[in-house]
Design a protein around this ligand. Structure first.
Ligand SMILES: *[C@@H]1O[C@H](CO)[C@@H](O)[C@H](O)[C@H]1NC(C)=O
Length: 515
């Protein structure tokens, strides 16, 4: 590595925890690689302490000096609504002006002054869903490089936020404007309709099998979220205009065609792409924190130990749909639990979503069976790494996938939306480390044909049940052994990514050297 002098990196991150957490890991690792790097990490003031704690777990004891080089700055702003960003943006603009002028800045969370640094930020990390931050930075600090940060897989980002070609910049915006002109719709609604709504169009990600666009929405949405269309437009703009693209993926998680598609696109724009995944805490300090957290759920730990003793290694199914998603026809979930109880397969269901409600009769049935453990919170890494755990039934968000692969646990996908259906396609058809449940689909498009099978699911409770029986039989049979072997192989590769000489570590070094 060439010798680098003092550097200043700024970050703005607040949109969703799944986007923020990997950046907490990244900045800590960058500082550990380059001890002369200073980081100013902006977020909404209400979330500051959570982020401080998350960054801290990526250091080891005795690294306090390095830790202090990351200054987390709380800004006044709305922590609940990711679209209400005006206040946050105004405050960020002021603070950035101060930073550029070499002045001290103020943290709104602590009402403290954060000392001036000698240099304006050399680079700013911007979430791809927050284009306006990029525009502010270009205006206030044109010398600062912008690193767009994407949080899904490359193949899905290319499909969802594209097109990405030599002349593609602004194309999507143009289409939306035309639609507004033709229909008189609001821009936000037109964007939602054209970009982020089901249709019969066939879409195909690089290196993925084709699917109908409606298959990207296999589950009814509890709330209509029209801002998703604007998010996708923002991602398109940031990816087209950034000076470098950083992602928490790595070649082992992607179809080679997905990597190539973006690499070719960026090559034309003279932009570099840096694959930095997985960005999951891996310090001894973090392992200790995981253990402490697991100790807060002693019954869950006991349940896993019992499962290991009674049913053996890899016998347990861990079910979790992330902190947000939940099936709007939860009978489907209860049907799957019934199948597990009948098979005498132990399971843990983590129902963290605010939309989740477990009826008393379901809780009682599970309790009486002794086969299941229901909880609104589970220490996910601990559960995945436990020897009892055999399968992860998951919505297939990118963080969950990388955590599962890195723990060597194959998956059963129950995707909801966004990148999840595309991820499921890659995991099942390309990597061979997962099954996908197709009969659990809900909503008006549920029973339309699945492109890759040519068949339409029936999506009744009977068909959900039949599919669950079939899939668990395969998973716990010979076919499942093959999938487990495949995921174990990926796990081995993933362990080397951030080691000395690993591709993600090299990519991080290159990123610093680009300054
Ligand atoms: C910030 O905090 C609010 C309130 O606790 C929470 O709803 C939101 O999800 C948090 N955002 C992030 C990115 O963690």
């Amino acid at each position: 590595m060439t010798v680098l002098g003092a550097l200043h990196l700024a970050v703005v991150a607040h949109i969703a925890w799944g986007h923020v957490r990997p950046l907490c890991v990244l900045v800590a690792r960058l500082v550990r690689i380059h001890p002369k790097l200073h980081v100013t990490f902006f977020t909404v003031k209400a979330n500051r302490s959570k982020i401080v704690a998350e960054i801290a777990r990526n250091f080891e004891d005795g690294e306090g000096d390095l830790e202090r080089q990351i200054r987390v700055v709380g800004l006044d702003g709305n922590e609940f609504n990711p679209m209400d960003t005006a206040e946050l943006e105004n405050n960020f603009e002021q603070q950035l002006q101060n930073l550029v002028a070499g002045k001290a800045i103020t943290c709104a969370a602590q009402q403290t002054q954060i000392p001036a640094l000698q240099q304006a930020p050399n680079a700013l990390i911007v979430d791809i869903f927050h284009y306006s931050i990029m525009q502010i930075a270009r205006r206030v600090s044109p010398q600062t490089k912008i690193w767009g940060s994407g949080s899904g897989s490359l193949a899905s980002s290319f499909t969802l936020f594209g097109p990405f070609a030599q002349d593609s910049h602004g194309q999507q915006h143009e289409l939306v404007h035309q639609h507004v002109a033709e229909t008189g719709m609001e821009f936000i609604d037109a964007a939602f309709k054209l970009i982020a709504s089901p249709s019969d169009k066939v879409i195909q990600g690089p290196g993925l099998l084709p699917m109908f666009k409606y298959e990207n929405f296999p589950q009814d949405r509890p709330i209509k979220a029209p801002f998703v269309g604007l998010f996708y437009l923002s991602a398109s703009s940031v990816i087209h205009e950034c000076d470098a693209y950083i992602t928490q993926t790595a070649p082992i998680y992607e179809p080679p065609e997905g990597i190539k598609a973006f690499a070719d696109f960026f090559a034309h724009r003279n932009t570099k792409m840096h694959m930095l995944g997985p960005l999951i805490p891996d310090t001894q300090r973090s392992a200790k924190i995981e253990l402490e957290q697991a100790a807060k759920a002693p019954e869950l730990v006991t349940f896993m130990q019992d499962a290991l003793q009674k049913h053996g290694k890899n016998s347990l199914v861990y079910i979790a749909f992330g902190t947000l998603f939940w099936c709007m026809q939860p009978d489907r979930i209860w049907t799957v639990l019934d199948v597990l109880i009948e098979r005498k397969t132990p399971f843990i269901l983590s129902h963290a979503s605010p939309f989740a409600k477990v009826p008393d009769e379901v809780a009682e049935k599970v309790e009486a069976s002794g086969m299941g453990f229901l909880t609104s919170w589970a220490p996910q890494q601990t559960v995945l790494e436990h020897p009892a755990t055999g399968w992860f039934l998951s919505h297939g968000g990118f963080n969950s996938i990388t955590e599962s692969i890195d723990a060597g646990v194959p998956l059963i996908c129950w995707p909801f939306t966004a990148d999840q259906p595309l991820n499921a396609l890659h995991l099942t058809e390309n990597l061979g480390i997962a099954y996908e449940l197709l009969e659990v689909r809900t909503g008006s498009e549920a029973t339309k044909p699945v492109y890759r099978t040519g068949k339409a699911p029936t999506c009744t409770l009977e068909s959900v049940r039949a599919e669950a029986i079939f899939v668990f039989e395969k998973a716990f049979g010979e076919d499942g052994v093959k999938k487990r072997a495949a995921v174990q192989k990926l796990k081995e590769s993933s362990l080397g990514l951030w080691k000395e000489g690993g591709s993600s570590r090299n990519a991080a070094q290159e990123l610093l050297e680009s300054l």
